[in-house]
Design a protein around this ligand. Structure first.
Ligand code: HAM
Length: 421
């Protein structure tokens, strides 16, 4: 260690969670857990350290380049996971003979990515993963999105404040095939087109050229992104397009689930991960001021890629960073800090036993109590209680104990009522 004073900051891109930050984090985690459970998803978990080999893909994706990796003392290549999906695929493949498919699983996983730091992007985040493995039909996409919409409502996000944008890679595939782009190049074209708006179009065209896509075809691929509506896409893809049928079915199911008002078709949603094979989606704030709130899609080939039997799958990753930014802007920075419970204090050592017994009684009744640990002056006690997280306060002096009655003060309304000691 050098003689430099140690910095009070966490490493760049990593976060400390002070109690006021935990209030927001818990609001989000509680909504995730409650809605996943309510929708019949089961929890699972795995270690944040994963085999590097499982996480690396050769597809030219951003995530693969952002992995925090290291060799352990036995020279094994390990990594801090950048996402949960490969681990989920590994865990499912390991028990494929025993699981009652379709399985519906969820987890809240801390993930690490060596990102260029911008708003909404950290080098560590928590990600709610909600996945259905073993279901071919669009009912799975609908179930996942319905659950995510419920979670947003549970966090206090107004329905009007966000939109879920959907597309289908199979639709892009059908359209690219019509342009004469061979199927083996589609995955690379998707990843290239996903970079639209992030890097100049000439760079994207170069990426496609590297895949053997001729410049005229690349230009046509860009034109596909100008398609505005599902009907326009249907005209190009043809009436019997299976990809269009899937999207239409999703819109119908969304009506039944009750989130159709927030679902929109968007040809520009392609996603930056190589393993998606079908419907893909991303949720954004309606004004598009922030990064994606969540993203996901169908990945029917990943189980086979990690060595399992071919199994259809669909899921989403929903991070804790962007949603809190959006909620704080909409609801105000202090909105998560709901006050509840009672602060209990006392003036002299003689009142301490009564204060402890009062705290014990209230706690047994299920009331949250912040008990003062040493005698305090009234001003000191009320100023700490006022700045704290309790809704009301009781301060015991000699008279209160002598009379067996104390005053419970509401710290917001300033109203008082008597309680028996
Ligand atoms: P992803 O789009 O890479 O997908 O990440 C999903 C979400 O995680 C993003 O929409 C965002 O909320 C959050 N997120 C990602 N990177 C960061 C970051 N550096 N800082 C803050 N938040 C971040 C996946 O990871 C897929 N594995 C999701 C999935 C699950 N697909 C199927 N199942």
């Amino acid at each position: 260690m050098s003689n430099q004073p140690i910095s009070f900051e966490p490493p760049r891109g990593m976060r400390d969670f002070y109690p006021e930050d935990m209030a927001w984090r818990n609001r989000v985690f509680d909504a995730w857990r409650q809605t996943a459970t309510l929708s019949g998803f089961q929890p699972y978990d795995a270690c944040v350290v994963e085999n590097l080999e499982l996480l690396q893909r050769k597809a030219g994706e951003e995530v693969s380049e952002q992995i925090y990796c290291f060799q352990d003392k036995s020279e094994r290549w390990l990594a801090l996971r950048p996402e949960m999906t490969p681990t989920l695929a590994r865990m499912i493949a390991a028990r494929q003979g025993q699981l009652p498919f379709p399985v519906k699983w969820f987890t809240i996983a801390q993930c690490f990515r060596y990102e260029r730091m911008t708003r909404g992007r950290k080098r560590e985040h928590y990600q709610w993963n909600l996945d259905i493995v073993g279901e071919e039909s669009v009912a799975a996409e609908a179930e996942i999105l319905a659950c995510a919409a419920r979670a947003l409502r549970a966090m206090g996000m107004p329905d009007a404040a966000y939109r879920i944008r959907v597309n289908n890679r199979a639709l892009l595939g059908e359209l690219l095939a019509r342009l004469g782009v061979a199927a083996e190049h589609h995955a690379a074209v998707f990843l290239a087109l996903d970079k639209r708006g992030k890097i100049p179009d000439e760079e994207i065209a170069k990426l496609m050229a590297a895949e053997g896509v001729p410049p005229e075809t690349a230009a046509k691929a860009f034109e596909l992104l100008a398609i505005q509506t599902l009907d326009q896409a249907a005209t190009l893809a043809g009436v019997e397009s299976p990809a269009i049928a899937k999207l239409r079915e999703l819109f119908t199911l969304a009506e039944q689930h009750g989130f159709a008002d927030r679902l929109v078709f968007d040809m520009a949603v392609i996603r930056g991960l190589a393993y998606y094979t079908g419907i893909v989606f991303e949720a954004f704030d309606t004004e598009r001021k922030f990064r994606a709130i969540f993203g996901g899609g169908r990945y029917d080939s990943l189980l086979a890629t990690v060595g399992g039997a071919p199994t259809p799958a669909v899921g989403l990753g929903f991070g804790d960073v962007v949603v809190v930014e959006v909620l704080q802007e909409l609801l105000g920075g202090a909105a998560a800090a709901a006050r509840d419970g009672v602060a209990v204090g006392f003036m002299f050592p003689e009142q301490r036993d009564v204060a402890i017994r009062l705290a014990a009684r209230l706690r047994s009744d299920g009331t949250r109590v912040d008990l003062g640990l040493s005698p305090q002056k009234p001003k000191q006690f009320f100023s700490r209680a006022g700045a704290g997280s309790c809704r009301s306060a009781v301060f015991l002096g000699p008279d209160d104990v002598a009379n067996g009655v104390a005053r419970l003060k509401d710290l917001e309304t300033r109203e008082e009522r008597e309680i028996q000691l």
